[in-house]
Design a protein around this ligand. Sequence first.
Ligand SMILES: NC(=O)c1ccc[n+]([C@@H]2O[C@H](COP(=O)([O-])OP(=O)(O)OC[C@H]3O[C@@H](n4cnc5c(N)ncnc54)[C@H](OP(=O)(O)O)[C@@H]3O)[C@@H](O)[C@H]2O)c1
Length: 306
Amino acid sequence: MILVTGATGTIGTAVLRVLTQRGVPARALTRRPPPASTPGVEWVRGDLTDPESLRPALRGVTRLLLFPVPGAPEALLAAGGGDRHVVLLSSGSVRDDTAIPDDTAIPDGTAGPDRAAAAGGAIAARHARIEQAVVRAGMSWSFVRPRGLAANALWWVPQVRAGDVVRVPYPQAGAAPVHERDVAEVAALALCTTLLDGARPVVTGPRTLTQRRQVELLGEALGRALRTEALPLPQARERLLRGMPPDLADALLAYEAATVMDPVRPTDTVPRLLGRPALPFGRWVRDHLDAFRGRPQSTGPGTPQR
Ligand SMILES: NC(=O)c1ccc[n+]([C@@H]2O[C@H](COP(=O)([O-])OP(=O)(O)OC[C@H]3O[C@@H](n4cnc5c(N)ncnc54)[C@H](OP(=O)(O)O)[C@@H]3O)[C@@H](O)[C@H]2O)c1
């Protein structure tokens, strides 16, 4: 039995789909009332910070997908899960020499090149802390490190529904957007085999694309002439603050600033591990086109639709 945490999220949902398609018995954890029924999946209530709630979820489980919630490795250990193999959903921003400052807060809302490195490091440090907690707990592990989910484009849904202009702080920021299906298949390999035990695969899409180009590709698929415009930083920050704490908002802005000068490069992880090319951004767009269609939303711009 494999336990999937983060099971209602973008990646967890995709992992459950891969496991059920392959006939692998899966249990799925959520803090919410479980969905009515998903064939091949047993839903359980639980919180990754509450060891008591994890005990029943762990029964009969040998390997699990761990969503990166601070304190989760410790809770897992306290729940008696220390002998399970943990496949941690981490981040490609983690370097093996990532410094972990005591305080990841970023001083203010402006992003210059120096702050970019420091603040982008806050995202890496958050994930590195959880990786290190897993190692410290003495658990067997695989760290799956996606670098820039294609699903981040869902942040643009309200703007795309409202008009043809997508305003972003850094239209030239370069990502190699990765389809959640590819992350899920790498995670499934780590869950169902021992091939990735002790490995830290960095999972990306097949090509570097600026946000401007991603918006154009989205427009082509929708049959519309979508374009980007630069959004002044204070407005971008204010928008992010509607959905996240200031330190994370600043870290994300600084990370994007850094990827203008130093765009994310594709890795060979998907072809090497899965024996096929990584799914292109255009495929992700086709798989999620319905999310971008429809009437203007009442939710404000920048509200993530996931
Ligand atoms: N966006 C990127 O480009 C990127 C890049 C690299 C890594 N990542 C990592 O990927 C994560 C996002 O993954 P995603 O998009 O699949 O997530 P998501 O769609 O935001 O879903 C969040 C999931 O986490 C679960 N969760 C949160 N806190 C929990 C807790 N205390 N106990 C149990 N479950 C909890 C939620 O479950 P319920 O609400 O059902 O309880 C939900 O299933 C980020 O947090 C980041 O760490 C993202």
